[in-house]
Structure formats: structure tokens, C-alpha cells
Design a protein around this ligand. Sequence first.
Ligand code: PLP
Length: 377
Amino acid sequence: MTRDFIPVNTPLLQGKESLYLQDCIETGWISSEGGYVSAFEENVARYVGRKYAIAVSNGTAALDVAVASLNIGPGDEVIIPSFTIISCIHQVLRSGATPVFVDCFPDTFNINSFQIESLITPRTKAIIAVHIYGLPVDLNPILEICNSYGIHLIEDTAEMLGQKYYERRCGSFGDISTLSFYPNKIITTGEGGMILTDDPGIAERCRSLRNLCFSESNRFVHTELGWNYRMSNLQAAVGLAQLEKIDTALDRKRYIGATYDQLLSDIPAIKLPVASTSYASNIYWVYPVVLDSNLGLSAKEFAASLKRHGIGTRPFFYPLHLQPVLSNYESRHSTDLTTCESLHEYGLYIPSGLGLDDHQISIVSESIHLILEPYIS
Ligand SMILES: *Cc1c(COP(=O)(O)O)cnc(C)c1O
């Protein structure tokens, strides 16, 4: 193979990133005290339509702080989709609370809202709704449940910055919403994350938890433990430049998605992502494909074949309710988690980063055709 490997993600840094970074270096403002951090926070808050934004060191940190800020702890339960990243349960488990796992829908990969209500108990303190891969969670039924039972909503918007649920931006629905700026996300700061809320009390608490819970009046006297989860000015400088270009990024994601849709639509052996629902059109954060389970080909084998063709992929999430680490903790789950278990077996996503060019898209498509050909006829 002579051409370069096509990685699953390559970020695009083509705006004012170097200019702003240069500014940090020339002025010496490189820590979290620099002006880019507050500018980035204000601009993300305005873009999403929220009152407060708190920048942190990554998306996992944002979830840790979100869960801690709601005082979730021993005896409490948090309803969480099983089909998501481990980050969603870190602080839930460490705080001594119990995660309660529900399945996802087969078409959108998002939390199966029909399973939520029967799992609610007087201990249920929050639901974590996670927008997965490109289509948002159908939030209205979940917001209704949260309102009628007095449960908090944490909205993990790591994959969905810029997406809308009906007319409103994702990230504006949770009591707390979180973002990640890892290099495969819609905008990146290398490593980075953010917490969004409209509640001044929650915002204040998140700021304190992010910064070691220093007290205002007695700087080195602490009444509570937090974390050093601060974002640096260097990261925020990159983020600010990235946010200026988010419309281009979203257009490109949609273009990559539409192109794959077209090129791969003649392969009955794989299920392509749903292009739109009544409440949103796909932003194709990544391009997920699900193999027909009758083919006799697993996602793992398919990924290995694509790798031999010089193409990177990522497997779908390994369901949280099956994670070996859970044997050390208490957890509960819905009786039916078959969808997420099967998705892990048969699903993967193909190169879909912002740096992917048209030529690479056609190579990926040709390779998929070649690999699946023997399974089709
Ligand atoms: C990426 C991601 C995170 C974690 O973000 P990091 O910045 O990598 O810690 C959390 N939730 C979801 C849904 C993600 O996709």
C-alpha cells in the first residue's frame, strides 16, 4: 500500500489559532488566568444560548463537576444510557451513587426514553441524556419526566455542539450541559471541556469545584474538595479561533455525511445513519455504519479488513452495563439492553474528521465495497 493511512479523525486548524496562540506567548498569559478563557466561555455561552459557561480541562472533567455540583452521592441513583462513554459514570460511581442503565434506540443510538419511567425511584436524582453520533436525543419526553418527578437533567453535548433540537441549540436543555473539545469533536482545544447552565448557584459551585474549592475570603482554607480542572489560556485561544469557524465545520460534517450516504447507499449489507427525524437533521459528528447481523461478519472483523486497506475506524461504545469495572460498584439496569449489545457487535464508525478530503472519502467507499462484495452476492 503506497498511499497514506486514512485515520478515523484528523482535526482542522485553519483559522486564527496560531495568531491567538502567538498572542498568549508574546504577552506571557498562558495559565487559566488569561483573557482567552473568559472570552471563550462568553462566546460559547452566547452561541448555545446559556447564561453561564465554565471552561474545564476536558469533557470528562465537565461531567465530574456537573455530577458533583448537584450533590449526587451515596443513596442517590442516576439514570444513564448504557450506550455511551465511561466518562458519564466516573463521578457517579466515585461519589457512591448508583448508575441505572437503560438501552438506546436502534435508529438514533440515543437513550431509550420508554425505559426510563419504570426505573425511577424516590432515590433518582438525575438523568444523563447523551447526544450520540449526530442526531440529538428526543428531549421532550425526558424533560417531561424530569419535570413531573423533580429530577435533574444533565445533558452531555460533547458530540453535538451546533446541533439543534427543533429550533433550539443542543447544550441549552440541561440543568447542566457539558461539552468536550477533544480533537475529534466539532471544535477542539486539544484537550478541553465546558459546563453550561442558567442557574447562578450551580455556576458558582462549578467554578469552585473546578478550582480546588478555594474560598473567597480565606484563600487556603477549604471546606470541601474539588479538582484542578482549569482550562489554560493556550487551550482557550485555540477554542476561540475554532468557534469562529464552527459554521464551516458543521457544513463540512454535513457534506461528508451526505457524500457517504450517496456513495454507500447501494450496499444492502450495512445500515447507514438516519439522515433526519422530526426534530433534527443529522450533523454527522461521526459516520456510523451497522453491519447486517445475518452477514456473519462482526464489526471487529470488518475493522480489521478496513485496516488492511489502510483505513482507520472506531468500534461503537462497549455497553456500560457490561463494563468489568462495575463489579466493584453497585449498579442497576433495565431488563432489556439488547439494542446496545448488538450495536457494539455490529457497529463501527468510519473516517469522518474535518480534515478528511474528497479523495479519501471515495477511497473509503471503494474499500468498503470491495470488502463487502463477497457478502452481498
Ligand atoms: C468525548 C466525549 C466525552 C469525554 O470528553 P473528553 O474531553 O475526551 O474527556 C464525554 N461524553 C461524550 C458523549 C463524548 O463523546
